[in-house]
Design a protein around this ligand. Sequence first.
Ligand code: XUL
Ligand code: CO
Length: 439
Amino acid sequence: MNHSCFDHIPKIQYEGPESDNPLAFKYYDASRVIMGKTIEEHLRVAVCYWHTFCWDGSDVFGAGPFNRPWHGPVNDNDAALEKLDAAFTFFEKLGNPYFCFHDVDVMPSAETPGEHVEKFHFIVDAVEKKIAESATGLLWGTANMFSHPRYMAGASTNPDPEVVAFAALQVRECLEATHRLGGAGYVLWGGREGYDTILNTDLKREIAQLGRFLTMVVEHKHRIGFKGDIWIEPKPHEPARHQYDRDVATVYGFLKNCGLEKEVGVNIEPNHATLAGHNFEHEVEMAMALDIFGSIDFNRGDPQNGWDTDQFPNDLRENTMALYYILKGGGFKNGGANFDAKVRRQSREVEDLFYAHIGGMDLLARALENAARLLESEKLISFVNHRYAGWDSGIGADMLSGRASLEDMAANALDTNISPAPRSGRQEYLENIITQAVR
Ligand code: XUL
Ligand code: CO
């Protein structure tokens, strides 16, 4: 059933850059082909359930002003079904191929393990029917193991095994539901997998628990035959003071330590990258270099403050850079462009949800075109290849392959007796190439 709250919104169409219609795409032309794939196939856009359909606009200072037509006073199965109708009506109008959800986003609240399973199964049946009738599928699912007070001291890293057992139940259920709903991936974001003070924390024990838990998740994935990917979403802090999955490089070290670096990848979020002191493209290229790139939660932070503002992306240069490194690395496979972004608190009408997503999709389509042009021109890649050309042969190649030792390298320096002349890194020249490509 369609939800009537969007009756006044037309189906969002591509009208081109000259259009003045705020409810139309100017750049996101889903079927346009770039480098052999359509824009829709490249980006694999997903709408997130939590910010778009669950959040009521509340913040730490006050109540939620949104008053969504699908938010009733009662939190029961009927309310969950009404929210589901609203979500799929929204998807139909926007034309996004995917969505992402947490278990608790789609179901009514539950206190006991038995109640959780019963209520989750009820709604997953309904989600399955909706997907079958619609053009929108599941990109990834995840279990929310950070909102309920039971998780205040962590989920898998909790000092109490009973809490970890509850977390295991949620993950088992949500991973199986993701599999059943045809999801391409499964995400673990460890919001409270970390600590606030070392004074009450056995860090060694907690990271052992985290590693064992992830191993169990991977084992279960194989047991049920889920062919999608598992991704950890790095974030340095907020809510916990120190989070174990700090950034891409830290996650890789942890995966390597557990022997899971071939099994688990990363879901990168630009606002998390900036909180960790990195930029977006650094995290993308690090994941590509370590071969753990998975998916992206597109959003942006606010450069003047230090928390996770989850704003819709609007910086063309930043996203051109990120998409350049994504395309160069081979693009999305199971992953995609999920908007883990929320409208501002004053943007309280359903139109605002459309403006936000249209803007985000237009921005990514433009950034993708820019990135493709940059890649095809080979200006950046040929510069970088030339810069490292010395490693393709001679002593450089011998060192990398292990044929040459430290002794051999040192002997080579003495034999040639060359004092190497420093070369320009050409940063400004390269930045100008980006400026020229950003349109
Ligand atoms: C929190 C965050 C989460 C994850 C999924 O900062 O990004 O919404 O994406 O749990
Ligand atoms: Co996220």
